[in-house]
Every structure is written in C-alpha cells, then in structure tokens.
Design a protein around this ligand. Structure first.
Ligand SMILES: [Zn+2]
Length: 452
C-alpha cells in the first residue's frame, strides 16, 4: 500500500511534514518547525520546548516509533527529504536521530549548517552542527545532497528533485515514483521571481510525469501582493537615490535575492551595503556555491556592521580573521551616513543610540513572509523605535510564493488526478477557486492517512 499522511502545513502556513509510505519504505517530505502552533503553547525565551516529548505531547511533532533521539527503538523512517532551507520546512530534524539520512540540495545544506553554527542557545544534544575553537566545525547529521537531474532511490521510492524559484536559494520541487503511482510536490515556489524559468521547468516536468497526486503550496491564495523582485529593485533604488542621509533596511537573512537587490541599489547610488555579521557569515559560507553568483565580502561596495557586544563567538572570530578591514561599528556608521545602506533589523535597534540617524534618513522594510509569526508584534515595536529615531517607513516587498492566477495555471498544466493543498490557511478557498478545472481537491486533515 502507498499512502500520504500530513503532519503540519494543513490549513496553516509552514510546518510541513508529509509522511510517504510505500510498502516497507517510509520517508518524510520536509520536517519543518511549526511556528504558529508552538506559539499557542510557548513564550520564547521564557518558556520553550526543551525536548521532543514536549512537542509530541502537544501533537506538534508526530508520534513515530524510533524516529527521535530519546527513543531507543530502531527508526521506522528511511529518510527525510527537504525541499528548501526555510526553518518551517526543516528545523525539527534536530529532534530526529542523527542516523536518519537527510536528503537536500547542496545550498540547503550550506545554509542550514551556516545558520546552526551562528546560533547560540540551542541545547547541545539537538544541535545540527557546531563550531568551537577545540573541535573546529562539526556536522552531526548525515546529509546527502542532490542537484537537479539527480535521481534518488530510497527503498521502493524514486525521487527526481527539480529546482524551483523561491525567496531562498536551494529550493526544489519533487517528482516521486511509488509502487502505486506518481506524486508531484511543489515545495514553496513562485513564478514572479528572478529565476522563474526554474519553476517553469518543474511545472513542465511534472506535467510530463502525469502525476496521480499533486501536493502544492497555496500560501498566497489570500493576501497576494503582485509585486515582482525587479519592481522591488527599482523601488529600492529610487528610495535610496532620494535619501540624503542614512538609508536603513530590514530584510531576512536568507533572502539572497533581496540581499543582492540591496547590494545593487547601494552600488548604483554610490553607497556601501553594510550587512549584519549574521548576513556576512551566510555570504561567507555561500562563497563556494558557483551556481548562486553572489557578491563577496571583499567587494568594495560591502562593509560588515558589528553590534556592540561583550562576547565573541567562534564564527564571529572567523569573520574577523577573514575580513579585518571590513568590520565597522555604530560610530563609523554615525560618521558616514550619506555613504551607507545599513541592513538593520528590529534586533539592531539598540544600536540606534550611537548611530543617531540624522534628519533625511529613512527605513525600508523589505520582508513580510508569513512564516515569521512574530512579525506583527515586532512590527509595532519597530514602529516605536522608528518614531523615536524620526525614520519614515517604506515597505517594499515581493513574496516568495506563487500568485493565485499563476498557481491555477500551473495546476491546469500539471493536471493531476488529485490535488492536496498545503502551506495555506485557506485550502478550501483554493478548492472553490479552481472548481472549474474539475480536479478532485482534498484538503488534508492533520495526522490522517490518505491512500494513493
Ligand atoms: Zn519557504
């Protein structure tokens, strides 16, 4: 028998964990953190889940025999396959036994490991990777990386990963061959981004495979913004060109397209993009990735902004060794306001005391992906800071998720026997929106098993 069981991503954005059983072979497609449901029970950092048992008790992690670190039984899962490096698609692998192989794209592995090396506060037993002066860099998971064109054979299941465009690099969709039919899984994708041709390639290949089942994301079935990355670039360039003093920008660490957009806007306006140390660490780690075509930290239009802090972690020391002349502090920013485009998130706001943005400075907010459930609270707090600093707020953003009309077109093209919408708060809206396509739509219930 072949079946699909959806844990997370059902009627909600993110937290995808899709169990595919095919005879004696079992794999998970994604194993993401469920930000929304964790927030219903926890209040970080005062109360957070310490061990997997807490999340299992709450029904946030699925109860699967032998899968987790504190279960002595043999794992009943053969592998976990990750679609892309957003935490709502991978973060819970930290609770899974290190012996369970993790399949993902090369860039996904690099970004997960880089993020892990620069994150303090994880309990040692749940770390995916670590960097210390004694041991150097250690990766604890059994990663097996793939690229488009590879074929993965896991037991009776055959997977073909095909790159797609999303707001993070290293994103893939999959065509999956089982004993009882073909499944296509989009992961998260879009058709209005700079690498739309990659998503088109996925749609084309999925169509050729005549899938019995399509599992698609449908995040933007409500609240679609209809802005492309090139429009974002044009707007940001314009805002920076009319800014007389300091231009500040808030955007996500792993949105490499947006990072590149800000770098270009800085360059064309004769400014230096001043990235955070965490962004610099990510850029440093991605330098070996030839497919990304990402600028380097030695670029004359780039500086690294170091927050005032007492303790230096190992990754920060590494950065300092590699780029000693590139690191600047708040006082430098204060003295060079019309020469810089400063990446400053809500978490950098304490630095504004020394930065002291002068009249004529602006703040550009360029993020709104809904998987960051904390956004709304941070947003109001950010506004309070901007008010004190006298910084007007511009919002410029293009989503990482496909627009409704393009999604409908993609579904019509692929023409599956059955459709499972995930990663959306309104799967039923999608079902009624595409009712004229005469495709059976099943809105999956959390934890329910659906035979193929
Ligand atoms: Zn995503």
């Amino acid at each position: 028998m072949t079946s699909l069981t959806f844990y997370g991503g059902t009627g909600e954005i993110g937290g995808n964990k899709i169990l595919l059983r095919d005879g004696s072979t079992s794999i998970f497609l994604d194993f993401g953190k469920n930000f929304g449901r964790e927030r219903q029970f926890y209040d970080e950092p005062y109360l957070s889940p310490r061990e997997e048992k807490h999340l299992i008790y709450l029904g946030i992690l699925p109860k699967i025999r032998g899968l987790y670190k504190k279960d002595d039984a043999e794992p009943s899962i053969d592998a976990i396959v990750l679609s892309h490096p957003h935490a709502d698609h991978w973060d819970y692998i930290r609770y899974v036994k290190n012996s369970v192989p993790i399949f993902c794209g090369e860039t996904t592995k690099t970004m997960i490991v880089a993020k892990e090396l620069a994150s303090a506060g994880q309990r040692a037993e749940y770390k995916i990777a670590n960097l210390t002066s004694n041991q150097g860099q250690q990766v604890f998971k059994k990663f097996q990386t793939f690229r488009t064109g590879d074929v993965l054979n896991i037991g009776s299941i055959k997977l073909e990963p095909i790159h797609v465009d999303h707001s993070v690099p290293g994103a893939y969709g999959f065509i999956i061959y089982t004993s009882n039919g073909v499944i296509a899984y989009t992961g998260d994708f879009r058709l209005h981004g700079p690498k739309a041709t990659m998503s088109m390639e996925f749609i084309h290949k999925a169509k050729q495979a005549h899938p019995d089942v399509l599992i698609t994301e449908a995040t933007n079935i409500v609240d679609a913004k209809m802005v492309s990355e090139s429009e974002v670039e044009e707007k940001i360039r314009h805002i920076v060109s009319t800014t007389r003093r300091l231009a500040l920008a808030g955007f996500y660490l792993n949105d490499i397209d947006r990072l590149t957009t800000f770098w270009q806007a800085a360059k064309t306006n004769g400014r230096q993009l001043t990235v955070s140390t965490k962004q610099a660490w990510m850029i440093h780690n991605l330098q070996g990735d030839k497919h990304l075509n990402l600028f380097g930290l030695e670029d004359p239009n780039v500086l690294i902004f170091q927050r005032e802090k007492k303790r230096q972690y190992e990754w920060e020391k590494t950065l300092k060794q590699h780029y000693p002349d590139k690191i600047v502090d708040s006082y430098y920013v204060n003295a060079h306001q019309d020469e810089l485009l400063l990446a400053a998130s809500f978490f950098d706001m304490n630095e504004m005391v020394e930065v002291q943005p002068e009249p004529g400075s602006v703040y550009i907010l360029s993020q709104s992906e809904p998987f960051n459930e904390e956004m709304e609270i941070d947003y109001n707090k950010l506004l309070n800071w901007l008010e004190i600093c006298g910084l007007p707020l511009y919002q410029v953003h293009a989503s990482g998720h496909i627009n409704p009309d393009e999604l409908k077109w993609a579904i019509r093209e692929i023409n599956p026997g059955k459709l499972y919408p995930v990663h959306t708060e309104r799967p039923k809206l999608l079902a009624t929106y595409i009712r004229d396509l005469k495709i059976e739509v099943v809105c999956p219930q959390n934890g329910m098993e659906y035979p193929l």
